[in-house]
Every structure is written in structure tokens, then in C-alpha cells.
Ligand binder design. Structure first.
Ligand SMILES: NCc1[nH]cc(CCC(=O)O)c1CC(=O)O
Ligand SMILES: [Mg+2]
Length: 335
């Protein structure tokens, strides 16, 4: 962020209200834009056919069966949304301590990728790499007998998970697990498997946040989670450390990086963009959505304006795009 120069002339020669006087002028002076092309729409996938179930902690958000995910992707494509992100609500009987369902080429995520590619071949598909929707302990990695998350053993699982997703047709692999070294390891197996054009969007600066609660309900991992994720996700006190995380992930082969959550970490987004000038994405996470949407539904804030303003903040901070549960609503508002 460049420093703001001292004004060459003061009031009344300079009146900053002048360009604000008319709508046309405000449009002309806008420093950033927001369009449907800036959105990645996260969808929760569940078993069944024609199945939609409400996520009570995320008013307005539903888990969709694979056929309905494909329909939603088609709708998104029509609205100009370039990419869908997939999160599976794995049936409880398919969750294990080692999360091996993540490696099943016929799991919910892989079936959803294929269904989207059939229904809406022009839209990108981003898939999450981490074990939490598949483990009985709700952690993103493998758990040792004495309760530690095993970094290097987990990476081997993540490599397999990424490959299974790439084979199913995923366009962007997005590791959200926060193990050290996983970006390089995943890039290596993708290259070896000739997936040269499969992107990696690293959840590079992902914080141990209270704002993920509703998501854990949506994928059904919340009830399972033992303890917290503080030994792998970042301390909310740290921003210098986020720059080190990002530097490593770029060096290991990430095409883009993500900061997560979004609104409470706008300073981190701005610093990452400033320091590296690479494509940065933000995840406006489930708790942010729940907070904003609950206030809007209670009539406490003006919903449509709030949605656009909250998303615009990410563009101002330097984001190329935003993962947001508001993607469809915002695209309709902007359309
Ligand atoms: N690897 C898990 C994952 N991937 C995306 C989210 C959160 C998304 C949201 O809250 O909307 C989480 C939750 C967590 O780390 O516990
Ligand atoms: Mg890292």
C-alpha cells in the first residue's frame, strides 16, 4: 500500500466531496470494482438424490445432493460465477480414524466434480484437501495415540487425496490442512501424474478461528472434533508469520494463496498482497456469513447493501476473488 501524499492544495481548492456529488461521478471515481467474476461459491454436498437439507447455523444455506449441486453449478455459470468450491458431508459410517474415504475415487466430492463437469463444463471446480470431513476425530490430519497431529504422515494422505480429486476433474486443489510442506509435496505428485495445469490455491494463512463453527456443523465434523486446531492453524495474534507461510507456499508451487477467515484479517490480506503481488483470495467463512445473515434477517442491517459492502472490502484490501456463501445472492444483486 503506497503512502498517501500530502495534498498539493487545501480547501476550498480541494473539496473531496466534489466527485461524490453525482452517481455517475461516484462510479467514475471508484477505485475497485466488484463483479460476479470475483466469486467462488462454496457448496456442501450430501448423499441422496433431490436431497436438500438446511444448515441451521447458516440460515439460507443448504446441503445438496450431487444432482442438485450440478444444477446449482449450472445456475452459477449462468450468473457469471467462475468457480464452485466443494465440501462433503461424509456419512458417519464412512468416517474413520485415518480418513481413508478421502482417497476413495467414488467419494462425494469426486462424484460432485464429475456431475458439475457434465452439467456446466465451463465452470471451474475447486476442491478442499484436508482430512476433517472424513475422520472420526474431526481433525485435518492423522492423530497419534498421544493426541498429536502427525505432519509428514498426513502429507502422504493429502497427496493421495489431491490425486484422486485431480483424476476426477478438479481444476484447483485447495489444501486447507496447514501441514508444513504439503504444497510442495502435492505439486510433486500432480506433476508426476501429468496434471500440469491443475492449480493449487493454498490456504496459506489459515487461522485457528472461532468463525468456523457453522461450517463444522455443515460438514458434520463439529460433533466429532476433539480439542482444537491450534497446533496447526495460525495464532490470530500473528501477521508477520502469515508472510512467512505465504512465502513458503509460493516457493513450493502454489498458484494463488488464501487468507482465512476474511473480514477479521483484512490487514493480513493487504500485507500479503503488498509484499508478494500475487493472486490473493479471501474466504468469507461460515461464521462471518452467519453473523451477517442473522443480523440481516433480524432486520438490524440492510441486507443487500451489507452484502456488497462486505465483499467490496476484500477487493479494496487486494483480493483477486472471494470464497463466499453470498456468491449467488451477490451475483444476482450485481447482475
Ligand atoms: N479443513 C477444514 C476447513 N475447510 C474450510 C473450513 C472453514 C470454512 C468456513 O468456516 O466457512 C474448514 C474448517 C476448519 O478448519 O475447521
Ligand atoms: Mg504452511
Amino acid at each position: 500500500m503506497s503512502p498517501v501524499p500530502k495534498p498539493a492544495a487545501a480547501y476550498p481548492a480541494t473539496r473531496l466531496r466534489r466527485p461524490r456529488a453525482h452517481a455517475w461521478s461516484r462510479a467514475l471515481f471508484a477505485e475497485v470494482t466488484l463483479s460476479p467474476a470475483d466469486f467462488i461459491w462454496p457448496l456442501f454436498v450430501t448423499e441422496g438424490k433431490g436431497e436438500r437439507t438446511a444448515v441451521p447455523t447458516m440460515p439460507g444455506v443448504e446441503r445438496l445432493s450431487v444432482d442438485l449441486v450440478a444444477e446449482a453449478a449450472k445456475e452459477a455459470e449462468g450468473l457469471g460465477i467462475p468457480c464452485i468450491a466443494l465440501f462433503p458431508n461424509t456419512p458417519a459410517d464412512r468416517r474413520t480414524a485415518d480418513g481413508r474415504e478421502a482417497l476413495n475415487p467414488d467419494n462425494l466430492t469426486c462424484r460432485a466434480i464429475k456431475a458439475i463437469k457434465d452439467a456446466a463444463p465451463g465452470i471451474g471446480v475447486l476442491t478442499d484437501v484436508a482430512l476433517d470431513p472424513y475422520t472420526t476425530h474431526g481433525h485435518d490430519g492423522l492423530l497419534s495415540d498421544d493426541g498429536r497431529i502427525l505432519n509428514d504422515e498426513t502429507i502422504e494422505m493429502l497427496q493421495g487425496q489431491a490425486l484422486v480429486q485431480a483424476r476426477a476433474g478438479a481444476d484447483i486443489i485447495a489444501p486447507s490442512d496447514m501441514m508444513d510442506g504439503r504444497i510442495g509435496a502435492i505439486r510433486k505428485v500432480l506433476e508426476a501424474g501429468s496434471f500440469h495445469d491443475v492449480q493449487i490455491m493454498s490456504y496459506a494463512a489459515k487461522y485457528a478461528s472461532a468463525f468456523y463453527g457453522p461450517f463444522r456443523d455443515a460438514v458434520g465434523s463439529g460433533g466429532f472434533l476433539k480439542g482444537d486446531k491450534k497446533t496447526y492453524q495460525m495464532n490470530p495474534a500473528n501477521a508477520d508469520e502469515a508472510l512467512r507461510e505465504v512465502a513458503l507456499d509460493i516457493a513450493e508451487g502454489a498458484d494463488s494463496v488464501m487468507v482465512k477467515p476474511g473480514m477479521p484479517y483484512l490487514d493480513v490480506i493487504a500485507r500479503v498482497k503488498d509484499a508478494f503481488n500475487i493472486p490473493v483470495f479471501a474466504y468469507q467463512v461460515s461464521g462471518e456469513y452467519a453473523m451477517l445473515e442473522t443480523a440481516a434477517r433480524a432486520g438490524l442491517i440492510e441486507r443487500d447493501r451489507m452484502i456488497i459492502e462486505a465483499l467490496m472490502a476484500f477487493r479494496r484490501a487486494g483480493c483477486s476473488g472471494i470464497l463466499t456463501y453470498y456468491a449467488r445472492d451477490a451475483a444476482r444483486l450485481l447482475g
